[in-house]
Design a binder for this molecule. Structure first.
Ligand code: SAM
Length: 238
């Protein structure tokens, strides 16, 4: 998977892209990241990337030309690769959207700042605007990192165990069951006995029921799409 990130703050990405499984995936070449400084494509001697909004109002708006020329320099022509503008007015990211994006070979992510990006970029240069949730960030860089993380986890070979992503929360429209590790007792708080029993069937049933309980409590909306056995349905009613 190849990501091109257009930003006025490329340094924002330096540390996060070096650590953990994502850092390893980049080192192994499973994930490639190309950081592009939008300011390098500014057209005036002051290298301005923003200006005041037409019609007045607060804040600054990111100018269209530096972003357009940065895209042009990548020599990309729609429909491929897939170009995303990050912003709160877009389709909201979730597991299904992440799976859809993971099918692409290359994603170009445009990070806005200030009051956002001149609307002509959204209208003429991108496939879609994507939001990471119903709130407003200072800039698109955090949103780009979120997309890089959720999509990279779905790239084959990135996770140590191929089953991990398949068993994660949301993958079957359920939240994952809680997990425990050593010690068995900490400050008097014990691990559920069944997990120590060695009875694999009982462990599986317990985990399934915990997963159903968590989902019912926190995200009952997911259960509409989950594939539930008659035993699951009886447990949920019960
Ligand atoms: N004035 C805009 C509005 O109210 O819709 C918000 C602009 S925000 C301060 C600046 C930039 O942060 C946006 O252009 C976008 O790139 C990024 N951003 C903010 N919230 C976001 C979100 N929920 N998802 C993705 N990007 C976001």
């Amino acid at each position: 998977m190849h990501f091109d990130i257009l930003t006025i703050f490329p340094e924002y990405f330096h540390s996060p892209l070096k650590v953990g499984l994502l850092g390893k995936a980049i080192e192994q070449g499973l994930v490639k990241i190309n950081l592009i400084n939008i300011r390098d494509y500014a057209q005036d001697k002051h290298r301005l990337t923003d200006d005041r909004p037409f019609g007045g109002g607060e804040g600054m708006v990111m100018k269209p030309e530096p972003i357009y020329y940065a895209l042009e320099a990548l020599k990309v022509t729609p429909p491929s690769p897939y170009i995303i503008l990050l912003g709160p007015r877009g389709r909201v990211l979730n597991h299904q959207v992440a799976q859809e994006l993971a099918q692409k070979d290359r994603l170009i992510l445009i990070c806005g700042r200030y009051e956002g990006v001149d609307e002509r970029i959204k209208k003429h240069c991108v496939h879609e605007e994507l939001s990471i949730g119903d709130y407003v960030l200072f800039g698109g860089e955090v949103a780009a990192l979120v997309i890089i993380e959720v999509v990279s986890r779905l790239v084959p070979g990135v996770l140590g165990h191929p089953d991990s992503a398949r068993k994660d929360s949301f993958s079957h429209h359920l939240l994952k069951h809680p997990q425990y590790t050593r010690p068995r007792v900490f400050k008097g708080w014990s691990v559920p006995e069944v997990l120590l029993s060695g009875d694999h069937k009982a462990v599986e049933r317990f985990r399934r029921q915990e997963s159903l309980k968590e989902t019912l409590k926190w995200r009952p909306d997911l259960l509409q799409k989950a594939s539930l056995s008659s035993e699951d349905k009886a447990f949920l009613k019960g």
